[in-house]
Design a protein around this ligand. Structure first.
Ligand code: XMP
Length: 625
């Protein structure tokens, strides 16, 4: 029997999470493009069709080989994948009046083998704008949210479809459903383990790097690049490995010092630290034929990311040359994870995926080097939670293994930039107020004149921020989280909602301030961030660790006076492709937010409003840019 499962990638942001979760069940998977000819699927015992950003009813919906439905193997369609199955068998898919993004309760049919052993109500993640409006003949509806069909089953053909995403954490029993599919329905027996994949990575390094060749590894200090460095030292003679740490002026407080100390313990023989704030902030660049002003002059998130990514490469190249290494003769190793590549819309991973953010380790110059076979990416096939397990298996310090993620662009994407004196659209602000009041009269909503990045229905969004205010910390968090879910679902110009924790109302209209990336603003954010993270990561009352996976602060050029505001972002997640905003008193100590306010006051930091970010991913992303 063929114990391999093929995932056909319809361009979904979560395709690799499907792969990740199926591998967690111990089954071998491959991701293949959605238009793969059915002959190529002959060696697979089952197929999953992923989600995707398109609509099946669009004339330019992506092509696929219709013969895949004659393979006779069990199939599971997820979100777009389910809609594709329904459309193929002559059901109807149509746009929804009210889109669904976020955790939702559905009712399942426990007699369907996909849901074996589960109770009828289930919490799942929905992220879709289309839905099945007519079920094909021979299919049963096996899950619903209100009147929306959330699952179908064709017993005769062994076909299943779910509108929600069983692969992500907000679907509480998603793993049970996937296990039901691979073990109960597909009857797979073999077990494919993480250890095998570590050895595959070591073999890959040894087969590509000759005994007299050198590898330069960029170590940010995070777990990903530390694992890369550790794998290189394990696979090669440590004399072949050169580590470089770049401080771009956008690191957290004292971070570079701690990183460099930690890395020495890894067995690295050659380690170089470069202080490059000036170069990063003030160098104008040409990228792919386009002229960019220096970082200290740009405002758009994608421009910041492009500049920082290019500067990383330039500074690394100069550093490598200074130790007589160049990339015609040496390799560049990076800790790139699979989700980084998916979210950058890398065509090697998915030809249909929408670009959400350019990751600093997947800019065009790195792609060009990759095409020349000069980039070694040891973590290419791992997700964040797996890379942490690998770190522990390789014997790295727990401080590194469980280190909070910090994106390559660092504080650069946490200092929002704007030109002064922009106000929110009046009509939309009024509409936002009325809508929020209809849900809860206790809180007032304000549309802020700034935008941030989100991911909605597998697409990138860049939409407005909604600010709620009310009774400061004497608030009902359940109501606030409910508002944060409903507002972006109903108002399509909003993708993020925050709550004001230090003021009950605003006396003057909110407007933008002039802001650019510069040393002073980075320093202000560094100080505030150390206070915020120090409090949020304190143990819970019973001595348990907080459940926060990542927390940080964001400097916002918006206020009712002339000072910056600060947003606190804390999320609970392990795959980072979806996340829930952390709940005060549930995921971190109840008094942390009030302690933060006291300390910000004590430190006399020039900060006006302090907001707590209530938004999940989707509809927002973890980072604001
Ligand atoms: P988002 O904001 O896309 O972030 O929800 C998911 C996770 O990725 C981190 N992140 C990055 N990491 N380079 C990185 O190495 C980057 O350019 C980058 N951008 C976001 C983010 O902090 C979160 O943990």
């Amino acid at each position: 029997m063929n114990e391999k499962l093929a995932i056909l990638d319809c361009g979904g942001q979560y395709t690799k999470v499907i792969d990740r979760k199926i591998r967690e069940t111990g089954v071998y998977t491959d991701i293949l493009p959605m238009n793969v000819p059915s002959e190529k699927l002959a060696s697979y015992g089952a197929v999953i069709l992923s989600g995707g950003p398109s609509s099946v009813w669009e004339t330019n919906a992506p092509e696929y080989d219709k013969r895949i439905f004659d393979l006779g193997v069990p199939m599971l369609g997820i979100c777009y994948g389910m809609q594709l199955i329904v459309e193929h068998f002559h059901g109807v898919v149509a746009p929804l009046v009210k889109t669904e993004y976020g955790q939702t309760e559905i009712q399942i049919d426990p007699d369907c083998p996909l849901f074996a052993g589960l109770d009828t109500p289930q919490l799942v993640l929905m992220s879709h704008g289309d839905a099945v409006s007519k079920i094909p003949e021979g299919f049963l509806s096996v899950a619903q949210t209100g009147s929306v069909c959330a699952g179908v089953w064709c017993p005769e053909r062994n076909l299943f479809g779910v509108q929600f995403h069983p692969e992500v954490e907000p679907t509480v029993n998603g793993l049970v459903m996937l296990e039901n599919f691979v073990r109960g329905i597909c009857k797979f027996k073999e077990v494919y383990a993480l250890e095998d994949r570590i050895q595959t990575s070591i073999n890959m390094i040894q087969s590509r790097v000759g005994k007299d060749e050198k590898v330069v590894v960029l170590v940010s200090g995070g777990v990903d690049s530390a694992v890369t460095a550790a794998l290189l030292v394990k696979a090669l003679d440590p004399d072949q490995v050169y580590a470089i740490h770049i401080d771009h002026g956008l690191m957290r407080l004292n971070e570079s010092d701690r990183i460099c100390e930690n890395l020495k313990k890894l067995g690295l023989k050659h380690m170089k630290r470069i202080n490059a704030e000036d170069a990063f902030f003030h160098t104008p660049l040409q990228i792919d034929g386009v002229s960019y002003p220096p970082l200290c002059e740009v405002t758009k998130p994608e421009d910041k990311r492009a500049i920082i990514g290019q500067m990383f490469f330039r500074v690394t190249e100069e550093a490598a040359q200074s130790i007589h290494l160049d990339f015609d003769h040496a390799f560049l190793a990076q800790g790139t994870l699979r989700p980084d590549l998916i979210e950058s819309g890398n065509p090697d991973v998915s030809s249909h995926a929408h670009k959400i953010k350019t990751h600093h380790n997947d800019v065009s110059i790195i792609r060009a080097l990759r095409d020349h076979g000069k980039v070694i990416e040891t973590n290419w096939d791992w997700h964040k939670d797996e890379v942490r397990k690998v770190a522990r298996m390789l014997g790295l310090d727990e401080e590194i293994a469980s280190r909070q993620p910090f994106p390559g662009p660092g504080l650069g994407v946490r200092i929002l930039c704007a030109d002064p004196n922009t106000y929110a659209d009046k009509a939309k602000d009024a509409e936002t107020k009325v809508f929020a009041q209809s849900l809860s009269p206790a809180y007032t909503a304000h549309l802020a004149p700034i935008q941030s990045v989100g991911v909605q229905g597998d697409n990138r969004s860049y939409r407005s921020l909604c600010i709620l205010s009310g009774s400061r910390l004497d608030c009902d968090w359940d109501v606030l989280f409910h508002l944060a879910k409903e507002i972006p679902n109903h108002l399509d110009y909003i993708n993020r909602v925050v709550y004001t924790i230090n003021k009950s109302s605003f006396e003057k209209p909110l407007h933008t301030l002039y802001s650019r990336i510069c040393h002073n603003e980075a320093e202000l954010l560094r100080q505030a961030d150390a206070i915020v993270t120090g409090e949020l990561l304190k143990p819970m009352a019973k001595g348990e660790k907080t459940k926060i996976a990542q927390c940080f602060s964001v400097l916002l050029p918006v206020s009712e006076n002339t000072r910056f505001s600060l947003a606190i972002r804390a999320v609970v997640t392990s795959d980072y492709m979806t996340a829930q905003a952390a709940r005060p008193g549930v995921d971190f100590p109840a008094d942390a937010l009030s302690s933060i306010l006291v300390q910000l006051e004590k430190a006399r930091l020039p900060i006006d409003s302090v907001f707590y970010d209530l938004t999940g991913k989707p509809p927002a992303t973890v980072e604001w840019e």
